[in-house]
Design a protein around this ligand. Structure first.
Ligand SMILES: Cc1ncc(COP(=O)(O)O)c(C=O)c1O
Length: 412
């Protein structure tokens, strides 16, 4: 076997830090450890130079200018700053009374978007949570239909973190610009994997994080448009006025150096990586769908990220499936909230039933995924699903041609 177990297929949760990124970071721990805000000595200047380079690397990746990059601790913070910061800056009725403004988002966004929106709702903003269709794609037409005279902000993610579906982001951005509405996108799963140009794609605010693109954890960025229109944000954190007053606090120099290097590598390698991972993902889906019955690939068939798939397997129990493929590190369609296992709210929003949502796997490939690993995963999943079905009375009924969903079970 040319690879080590367990196999890593959870790159949508966190990627391995690229060794070239680690190498770039190391001097900033022990040799160049100055505070980038120290203006009167070489240690400070070295750190500031490194931050400037990283700003340029990040800006180049997305077609922005370096001054439009604001450093944060990750995508959660970027989303909070963008959504709350824009809502508070552009509100229509600043006295805290009802009718402060209307915001549009979607019900299958990441919690790091949904929860800031709910917070704003409790403060008197009106929020529309669009329901996705079965294919999971939010379109320009859906956003247009929800727009109102008092809409101040639209926040729609570029690609979904659970199912990898790609929303009509450039089209929605263009619509917002036509109507003079601020547009934010959570592009955490997108940037560094797919070509991005904030000018061409009409983006005003865009969040992403280092640890999803082979950089370090704890470092994120927010793109904030400076021209046509110049977007302003109310700060969440007050303090030393770093990042042009939008995000005070000593900069995470090591994290930012790594983030910048990761952006540079993505700019160089993204195209070939994308092609390679798309072939591997297609193989996974093709083999699992042809070798097993009652398999459903969730989300739009084409408008999906190349590196991610979400597949439900009928007539198996989700927990048992995960136990059966312990050598494969991946995510399931269930989330542990308090003591119970809840089916994924993203899959539920698409209309996937509880049973199929529980028995779904998110497999996300990355820079070091190989064809041998994919072949191993296919064999392991086929074996585990077949094994679990041999023990399932419902599977037997299904094989006898009985529609299990129509059975009326007797309870005592
Ligand atoms: C789409 C999306 N948004 C936001 C986040 C949160 O990112 P972070 O952990 O950097 O705060 C994630 C991470 O899973 C994500 O996938």
């Amino acid at each position: 076997m040319a690879f080590k177990l367990p196999i890593y297929m959870d790159n949508a949760a966190a990627t391995r830090t690229d060794p070239r990124v680690v190498e770039a970071i190391l001097p900033y721990f022990t040799e160049k450890y100055g505070n980038s805000a120290s203006r009167n000595h070489k240690f400070g200047w070295d750190s500031e130079d490194a931050i400037d380079l990283a700003r340029e690397q990040a800006a180049t990746l997305i077609g922005a200018s370096p001054k439009e990059i604001v450093w944060t601790s990750g995508a959660t913070e970027s989303n909070n700053l963008a959504i709350k910061g824009a809502a508070h800056m552009y509100e229509r009725n600043p006295e805290g009374t009802p009718g402060r403004g209307h915001i549009i988002t979607a019900s299958h966004e990441h919690k790091a978007v949904l929860d800031p929106c709910k917070r704003l709702q409790s403060e008197g903003f009106d929020v529309t949570f669009l329901s996705p269709p079965a294919d999971g794609v939010i379109t320009r037409a859906m956003v247009a239909a929800a727009m109102r005279e008092d809409t101040i902000l639209v926040t729609i993610m570029w690609a979904n973190n659970e199912i990898g579906t790609i929303n009509e982001v450039p089209e929605i951005g263009a619509l917002c610009h036509e109507r003079g509405i601020i547009f934010h996108t959570d592009a955490t799963q997108w940037v560094g994997k797919m070509p991005t140009d904030v000018e061409r794609d009409h983006i005003d605010l865009m969040s992403w994080a280092g640890h999803k693109m082979y950089g370090p954890k704890g470092c994120g960025a927010l793109y904030v448009r400076r021209r046509n229109p110049r977007v302003r944000l109310e700060a969440i954190q007050d303090g030393g006025g770093h990042e042009r007053g939008m995000r005070s606090g000593t900069l995470n120099v090591t994290g930012i150096v790594g983030f910048g290097k990761a952006c540079e590598l993505a700019s160089l390698e993204m195209d070939s990586e994308r092609e390679r991972l798309l072939l591997l993902r297609r193989k996974l889906e093709r083999e699992l769908s042809s070798r097993l019955e009652v398999v459903q690939v969730n989300g739009h068939a084409e408008r999906r990220l190349p590196q991610l798939t979400n597949i439900s397997f009928g007539f198996v129990e989700g927990e048992s499936l995960l136990m059966g493929i312990k050598d494969i590190a991946c995510s399931s369609g269930s989330a542990c909230t308090s003591a119970s296992l809840e089916p994924s709210y993203v899959l539920k929003a698409l209309g996937v039933g509880d049973e199929l949502a529980h028995s779904s796997l998110r497999l996300s490939l990355g820079r070091w995924s190989t064809e041998e690993e994919v072949d191993y995963a296919i064999e392991a999943i086929v074996k585990a699903v077949n094994h679990l079905r041999t023990m399932s009375p419902l599977w037997d009924l299904h094989k006898e041609g009985i529609d299990v969903s129509k059975i009326e079970w007797q309870t005592h």
